[in-house]
Structure formats: C-alpha cells, structure tokens
Design a protein around this ligand. Structure first.
Ligand code: GUN
Length: 281
C-alpha cells in the first residue's frame, strides 16, 4: 500500500511556488498578496489561518490577516472586501468559514471579486469550473486532485466515487474528476447502498464528516482512497475512512492528519499566485 504523503507533496509544491514567486518578483517587481479575514475566535479557524499565514510567508507572498470580533457587523466586512477588491497590491481574498450566524455567507462570497476569489466559491468560478473554463478551484478538492494524479497520471475511464456533495468539496471534486474523463458517482446521506457504490470505485474521495465511515470491505483491491475528513473523537483525530482496515485493501491511501490538510494550504498559495498571474495580462 502506498501511503500518500500529503505533507511531503505539499512541501514539494511549496518549493515550486517559492521559485515561481521569486521569478514573478524579478519580472514584475512585486509579489502576489493574500489577505485572510478571520471573524471570531473559533480555535480550528485560528489554527488554519495561522498555518495559512506561515506558509504564505514561507513561499514569499505578501500576507495579511485581518481579525474581527464575532460581533462585527456584516456591513463592516462587506466594506472591507470592497476595499480589498480595489487594492491592486492584493491578489487573493479569503474569508475564513464558518461565519457567525448574523453574517450572510452567500453575500460575503459574492462580494469578493471573482478574479481574487482564491477559494473558488464565487458562483462565477463555480460556473466556470463546471463549464470546463479557467477558474479558481476550491483548495481542498484541488489538493486531492493533485495527490490522485501523483499516483495515477491517467484517470481516463476510471470509476470515481465521491462521498459527500458539499459545495466546498464534493461538488468541485466531481468536476475535477469529470474533466479528467472519470466516470463519477456522487453519493450522499440518501444514497441507498453506499458500500455497493464504493466497491465499484477505482478512486474514492470521502468528504462527509462521518468518522471512519468507509470500511475495509467497501474498498476494491487497488483503489486509490482520499480521506478529506477530520473528525474529533474520543480516540483522537480520525478521518472519514477506517484507516487500518482500508490500508489492507487499497492501492494508495491518505493519512489523517498529514494527507489532505497540508495540500489544501499549499493549493491556496497556488491559487493566489494564479490570480496574480491572470491579473498581469
Ligand atoms: N473553512 C474550512 N475550510 C475552508 C476553506 O477552504 N476556505 C474557507 N474560506 N474557509 C474554510
């Protein structure tokens, strides 16, 4: 079994991006800038944002985190986004989710100008991705996609099963696999026989947030299994895949932690650089 080392693949990607940033700096005499907006003091969000900032600095991006208390008015956030939209030194804007209840997520997402939407959440980017046009692609599925391609460069005709239909992961993951000519099945909580669906798959991407849902006998020999889940349980952090069981069957599997997580952050940096490059033309 190949343990897909997301930490290592992300470190390699960051090295490539670092080089690219230094080339862009020589060419344009400026570097891409990423601004992250963090509202409230939820611990997981704080940790993600700290890691994003650290990685952005490591590859040479200009990086800034703007923090607000969770009582901040929606209007203040929307005005800040407008200001960043108009700031030429900013290539990418990310508002860390989840948001406090009184702030309308959709409004926030749609206020970010699509050309700076490093999350790929704006309906314009979602539409472009599903039409096969150039777009920002959500960081987590992009990271999953890059890991799958490392194991299997030619995905044409492969059967892929995506477990979970979220806008963040499941749906964009499906689009990326479809673009690679996979036959894709999207499964979810109402799917009749999830085990039977998974048993058909050459590639499984599990992104539902149910601890150890995908069992060893759900997985075909030689399947590639990507575990997007991070679930806090009594036994510590576990993914959506029963790691020990599945590792006995699968050809390749991502660990939790150290799989998808580091790739998500590296892909955010990649998206920021890509937004910068598109803005120079
Ligand atoms: N919260 C958890 N994952 C994400 C992500 O990919 N983007 C944003 N903006 N917030 C998140």
């Amino acid at each position: 079994m190949i343990l897909i080392d997301g930490k290592k693949i992300a470190a390699e990607l960051r090295e490539e991006l670092k080089l690219e940033v230094s080339e862009l700096k020589n060419k344009y005499n400026k570097v891409p800038g990423l601004t992250v907006i963090l509202i409230g003091d939820m611990a997981p969000s704080q940790i993600y944002v700290r890691n994003k900032e650290k990685s952005a600095n490591e590859v040479g991006l200009k990086s800034e985190v703007i923090k607000y208390p969770d009582t901040v008015e929606e209007k203040t956030i929307l005005e800040k986004i407008e200001e960043l939209n108009n700031d030429e030194s900013i290539s990418g804007i990310l508002v860390q989710l989840p948001l406090p209840k009184h702030i309308d997520k959709q409004k926030v997402i749609e206020t970010i100008i699509p050309s700076k939407d490093v999350d790929g959440f704006h309906p314009m980017n979602v539409g472009n991705l599903s039409s096969g046009y150039e777009s920002s692609v959500p960081c987590t599925p992009l990271g999953c996609y890059l890991m799958i391609k490392k194991i299997e460069p030619n995905l044409s005709g492969k059967k892929a099963v995506v477990v979970g239909r979220s806008n963040l992961n499941g749906k964009p993951m499906t689009q990326l696999l479809l673009k690679e000519n996979c036959t894709v099945t999207i499964t979810h909580s109402r799917t009749k026989d999830l085990k039977a669906e998974c048993l058909e798959a050459d590639i499984i991407v599990a992104a539902v947030g149910i601890p150890e849902l995908v069992k060893g006998d759900w997985v075909k020999k030689d399947a590639i299994v990507i575990d997007v889940g991070i679930n806090k349980t009594e036994n510590g952090l576990v993914g959506d895949v029963a790691f020990d069981e599945v590792s006995k069957n699968a050809k390749a599997l991502t660990p939790v932690p150290g799989g998808v997580g580091p790739m998500t952050i590296a892909c955010l940096l990649k998206n920021t650089i890509d937004c910068f490059k598109r803005a120079q033309i």
